[in-house]
Design a protein around this ligand. Structure first.
Ligand code: PEP
Ligand code: MG
Length: 318
């Protein structure tokens, strides 16, 4: 079975009737890139940069960050590398950043909210990403976006960084693409508005599920309620994909759901453009896609979206 899968490494993720999608990898550090390449993935859909910050005893300098991002870009040889700006807070702490204890950390000071309040820190990261962008196809992605204002503020800071690099004659990709994680209800529900502000979406189903269902993703007491097959989550995902396509931008998914083989045909039928997951799932998902029919997957999606409970959804997906 493993040998069978390996034969697919250099094959495209294309359905029997010709719909092509991307299978991308998720990484937490440059060390993870080799596994992604070996899995046959054609890009990196999520580079969780916070691990660079968490595995250090000081705030990584622009130079340190630049080196890390550059290595990833170079190893991927021109294939897309989606670098997510740091997603600290929630359950992720930084020893050298004194974050206050909070009653509801997942609803609190987290990710882009921290970046926008700590402009120097954010600019250091953005400059490092920009400088690395000359070595490949880097895209910038903001985490935990819940309002349009956050995108505009972040982009204004990005423009400042570009200007500063221009002034000192540093080179970067002038057409660098900027996108957002869609992982909060406030973004998903009016995704068509957000789509006008960015170049791409990536659906973060881990948080989207948590926030849509009001179920803490790490709390065992409610883990039976945490289910991305919940019809509310599925309808949100469909809305986000449709909004992206209506605005002419691409949409990927980088939450765990993208690598769940029970969901592959459904997501395909929903029109998802890119599936980003841990390297270990890539070939299995590719195999399912290659054995699927896009037109059939679309019909089957209509049936799935009519179901009322997660159990019904999973049953029908079999
Ligand atoms: C997500 O929320 O689905 C996601 C990919 O981000 P993280 O798991 O890092 O919060
Ligand atoms: Mg998330």
């Amino acid at each position: 079975e493993k040998e069978e899968l390996k034969k697919l490494i250099h094959e495209e993720a294309v359905t029997l009737d010709g719909r092509k999608v991307d299978i991308w990898g998720n990484i937490g550090s440059p060390n993870d890139v080799d596994a992604v390449i070996e899995s046959g993935a054609t890009g990196i859909g999520l580079y969780r940069t916070e691990f660079l910050f968490m595995n250090s005893d000081h705030f990584p300098t622009e130079e340190e960050q630049y080196q890390a991002y550059r290595v990833v870009a170079e190893k991927m040889q021109g294939k897309p590398v989606t670098i997510r700006t740091m997603d600290i807070g929630g359950d992720k702490e930084l020893p050298y950043l004194d974050l206050p204890k909070e009653m509801n950390p997942f609803l609190g000071y987290r990710a882009i909210r921290i970046s926008l309040e700590n402009k120097d820190m954010f600019k250091t990261q953005l400059r490092a990403i920009l400088r690395a962008s000359q070595y490949g196809q880097i895209k910038i992605m903001y985490p935990m976006i819940s309002s349009i204002n956050e995108i505009r503020k972040a982009n204004a800071i990005l423009e400042e960084c570009k200007k500063e690099l221009d002034e000192i004659g540093k080179i970067y990709d002038r057409n660098i693409k900027v996108g957002i994680m869609v992982e909060t209800p406030s973004t998903a529900i009016v995704a068509y508005k957000f789509a006008k502000e960015v170049d791409f979406f990536s659906i973060g189903t881990n948080d989207l599920t948590q926030y849509f269902l009001a179920v803490d993703r790490g709390n065992e007491l409610v883990s039976s309620l945490y289910n991305s097959f919940n019809p509310a989550v599925l309808e949100a995902i469909q809305k986000v994909i449709d909004a992206a396509h209506h605005a002419g931008i691409s949409v990927s998914m980088c939450g765990e759901f993208a690598g769940d083989k029970r969901a592959t045909r459904l997501l395909l039928g929903m029109g998802l453009d890119s599936f980003s997951m841990s390297a270990s799932s890539g070939l299995t998902v590719k195999k399912i896609i290659r054995n699927s029919n896009y037109v059939d997957a679309q019909k089957y999606r209509d049936l799935i979206l009519k179901q009322d409970t997660p159990e019904d959804v999973i049953e029908k997906l079999k």
